[in-house]
Design a binder for this molecule. Structure first.
Ligand code: FNR
Length: 391
């Protein structure tokens, strides 16, 4: 079988390699998955102007974000449980991101803890925070991230409560606790012996490295969901940004903004950046796609902070589309997870090489030689940049 090259190829390969409960956990969204689907289709529908004879011999996709020069305007989004998709997956992904010259963002709910990832890394990576009730614990976590030299803090605000994801119930990841749940997942793992050996056995421990101290020895997946429900702090408000600032002085990026009013509030609260995101269609089904929400958010903050976006980016061409809609950079979630599941560190590195090449080609064919050249002028329909207002 030929090596995977496109997102669809990696997804097919990941489906083949992962037990069903894990593939569905990554692949799925909330409720009817309408927002998940629209993240992809709205972005793919953005048409670009093809330009010619503009000397695009040197194309440079490098950019600067939060004090660091990146080889391309892309970062690996925080994804929970990544250590379950390949052995010690977060350590493999951070190395692949470094090789590609872009940041890796470690999730609060990763398998590998901050220290383990820091050992694997040679450059600063980003850390993502969920607001947890135990503020003393958060303070310790932030201090640890700062001491390990994390380059930015990504504070995720679109999950005060977890969205309902039907697929997780159908697959046996959620709702099937105790022996029955273990048996179902064990049966699915047994049908994927390569995964069972590489991750299931050799990849242990499977506990959530960063939150293990507050999980008090519970390690099962059903404990994880119960812990999220009981410990994520739905009472958090904008005032908590002050609390975070007491323990974190580096760049602060607020992730999960879709609304222009919230974007202004993030700027007022002193954030350095935001991520326009609906959590990959995993939270409020029916929320706007990232591509539709982005232009109005960019208008609202009028250059006061850096704007990243995620949701539905499946290629380098999609990266250029998001930039044309006003983003300074993008995060990718499922693309790196499927590449990780398919081929570990090498899989992610290869996927990122292809993505960079695609960005270069899309830039050349739209007549852009630098990232700064990409703006709404390359949209075939300039109205797309105000698409959220029109519909
Ligand atoms: C996520 N996402 C996420 N976000 C976050 O801030 N912390 C987290 O722990 C997770 N966990 C997580 C797990 C899985 C399996 C997925 C697919 C996503 C959301 C993620 O950071 C990002 O916003 C989306 O994945 C972007 O959409 P695409 O690129 O997957 O379409």
């Amino acid at each position: 079988m030929p090596a995977p090259v496109s997102f669809a190829d990696y997804r097919t390969e990941a489906r083949r390699r992962l037990p069903r409960f894990l593939f569905d956990y990554v692949d799925g969204g909330s409720y009817d998955e309408a927002t998940l689907g629209r993240n992809v289709t709205d972005l793919a529908a953005i048409a670009l102007r093809q330009r010619v004879l503009r000397d695009v011999s040197p194309v440079d996709p490098a950019t600067e974000l939060f004090g660091r020069t990146l080889a391309m305007p892309v970062a690996l989004a925080p994804v929970g449980l990544a250590g379950m998709y390949h052995r010690r997956g977060e350590t493999q992904a951070v190395r692949a991101a470094e090789a590609a010259g872009i940041p890796f963002c470690l999730s609060t709910v990763s398998v590998c803890a901050l220290d383990e990832v820091a050992k694997a890394a040679s450059q600063p990576f980003w850390f993502q925070l969920y607001m947890i009730r135990d503020r003393g614990f958060i303070r310790d976590l932030l201090q640890k991230a700062a001491a390990l030299g994390c380059g930015a803090l990504v504070f995720t605000v679109d999950m005060p409560v977890p969205g309902a994801r039907y697929r997780d119930y159908r697959s046996g990841l959620a709702g099937a606790s105790g022996f029955a749940g273990d048996l179902r997942r064990f049966a699915q793992a047994a049908m994927h012996p390569r995964w069972a050996w590489d991750v299931g056995l050799r990849g242990r421990p499977h506990h959530l490295g960063n939150v293990a101290p507050v999980l008090e020895g519970s390690t099962g997946l059903e404990d994880f969901f119960a812990w999220m429900r009981d410990n994520f702090d739905a009472s958090a408000t904008w005032a908590d940004i002050d609390f975070i600032r007491q323990s974190w002085s580096g760049p602060l990026i607020i992730k999960g903004i879709l609304d222009p009013d919230d974007a202004r509030a993030a700027a007022d609260a002193g954030a350095d950046g935001i991520v326009v995101s609906n959590h990959g269609g995993r939270q409020l089904d029916g929320a706007l796609s990232a591509a539709r929400a982005l232009p109005a958010v960019v208008d609202a903050i009028a250059g006061r902070l850096r704007v990243l976006a995620d949701g539905g980016v499946r290629s380098g061409l999609d990266v250029v589309r998001m930039l044309a809609l006003g983003a300074d950079g993008v995060l990718i979630g499922r693309p790196w997870v499927y590449a990780l599941a398919s081929g570990g560190e090498r899989g992610v590195a290869r996927m990122l090489q292809v993505m960079e090449a695609e960005i270069r080609v899309a830039m050349a064919l739209t007549g852009c030689t630098r990232i700064a050249d990409i703006d709404q002028d390359i949209l075939a329909d300039r109205g797309e940049a105000r698409v959220a207002d029109r519909r």
